[in-house]
Design a protein around this ligand. Structure first.
Ligand code: NZQ
Ligand code: ZN
Length: 383
């Protein structure tokens, strides 16, 4: 097993009614918060009122940055930086899903940018400081509530890129599964596909010795397969919502990559699709994973596909082809797409997307190294 250092500094308040901790926790960082949220769901389901009540109880002033979109854009980050500098914010408080949390993280770091904040996404400016970040999570998907990543789209350049820094790990996150009851079936399914994608990216590694990590990853994948359909069918199923929420955090807080190398090729393909076609992040994976698995199956020296097929779907899925077929059936049962054509996407920009990936990262993937031609081929197989 490879050596590792593990540090998880986010204080998590998990469970029904945990919003009661928000005011006291936020007040630890000062008296002025920039409150970041999305397109209005938190106003309909009353989470906004609960947040404001808590802030007011502890005398915390807040400025609002709303209208953060899914596949969040740089323009909102820049507006947030302007507001945070004007307010002299002590805390950036994100209330929403990954898009809102990532915008808050980019603002928190971007406040200290010496030039354009995008230079942090291109690696030209290092992240050396960030304002403290707190979150109230409203959807189970990205793990952003307890990790070091933020993904933003530079809308006029059709580029979707990430920053990674310990500075932007949230100091605290409120995780009340009841807050996810109002997430639509479509977004619930996309969240499940994203959680599974995070687990696949880390599970499909050529390194065989991180058995603790691999078994934990299998358990979380099993949770997705069992609880995903329940939450999709019954939005207010507390058991399903709670287990999915906790699984989403554990899937991408660093734990599932300990002791091994991880792949992350498909997130790079996914970001190209979202940057150009505004695809919902999770929906890219029900399309890309079956195509990728078929393409790389010959590199599966450890027989991970067949093993995972058995773990997730039973003896009948005990080969790579049977596993992929069962996975497709599972995705379809959640209403997820299996082909790019189902989202009106044709082959015209495959070469452009592959070139962009190679320009940004060089060869990608560790399970099987992928070059430009491999990437084009995977997009073609996803048609
Ligand atoms: O904008 P509002 O009105 O809040 O509605 C949102 C949005 O339309 C809605 N929603 C969220 N909570 C809800 C709700 N609707 C009803 N009730 C609730 N309780 O759901 C829609 C999607 O929200 P979004 O924040 O976009 O979802 P998600 O959490 O899946 O985030 C996706 C973004 O995160 C990035 C993705 O690339 C994408 O941009 N990722 C971030 C990562 C990270 N920071 O670690 C890793 C991931 O791999 C991913 O790349
Ligand atoms: Zn993801």
């Amino acid at each position: 097993m490879k050596s590792f250092i593990y540090h998880q500094p986010t204080r998590l308040f998990f469970g029904r009614g945990q919003i009661k901790h928000l005011g006291k926790e936020a007040a630890k960082y000062g008296e002025k918060a920039l409150l970041v949220y999305g397109g209005g769901s938190i106003k309909k389901n009353m989470i906004f009122d609960a947040v404001v009540r808590e802030l007011e109880k502890y005398g915390i002033e807040y400025k609002e940055l709303g209208e953060v979109s899914p596949n969040p854009v740089l323009q909102r980050v820049k507006e947030g930086i302007r507001l945070a500098r004007e307010q002299k914010s002590d805390l950036v408080l994100a209330v929403g899903g990954g898009s809102v949390l990532d915008t808050a993280k980019a603002i928190a770091a971007g406040v200290f940018a010496t030039g354009d904040v995008w230079s942090m996404f291109t690696g030209q400016e290092p992240i050396t400081r960030a304002l403290p970040i707190g979150t109230v999570l409203t959807i189970a998907a990205t793990g952003s509530e307890a990790n070091a990543h933020a993904v933003i789209t530079y809308e006029t350049e059709a580029k979707k890129c990430a920053i990674h820094s310990e500075m932007i790990i949230p100091r605290f996150s409120i995780m009340d599964p009841e807050y996810t009851f109002t997430v639509s079936p479509r977004q619930t399914a996309a969240g499940v596909a994203d959680i599974m994608a995070h687990l696949f990216e880390q599970y499909f590694s050529p390194d065989p010795d991180a058995v603790v990590t691999d078994y934990l990853t299998e358990a979380l994948l099993k949770i997705c397969v069992e609880m995903g359909p329940q939450a999709h069918k019954e939005g207010e199923n507390m058991k399903a919502r709670a287990n999915l929420m906790w699984a989403s955090t554990l899937a991408l807080n660093g734990l599932m990559s300990l002791g091994k190398r991880t792949d992350w090729a498909l997130h790079k393909l996914s970001h190209e699709l979202s940057a150009r076609y505004d695809m919902i992040h999770g929906e890219t994976f029900s399309i890309l994973y079956p195509a990728w698995m078929r393409y790389v199956a010959d590199a599966d020296a450890l027989n991970r596909f067949a093993h995972l097929g058995k773990v997730l779907f039973g003896e009948k899925a005990n080969s790579s082809s049977a596993f992929i077929e069962h996975l497709e059936t599972f995705y379809q049962s959640l209403g997820l797409p299996l082909h790019l054509s189902e989202r009106g996407i044709g082959p015209d920009r495959f070469e452009e997307m592959a070139s962009n990936i190679i320009d940004l990262y060089g060869l990608i993937g560790i399970f099987k190294r992928l070059d430009y031609h491999d990437i084009v081929r995977i997009f073609q197989m996803a048609l």
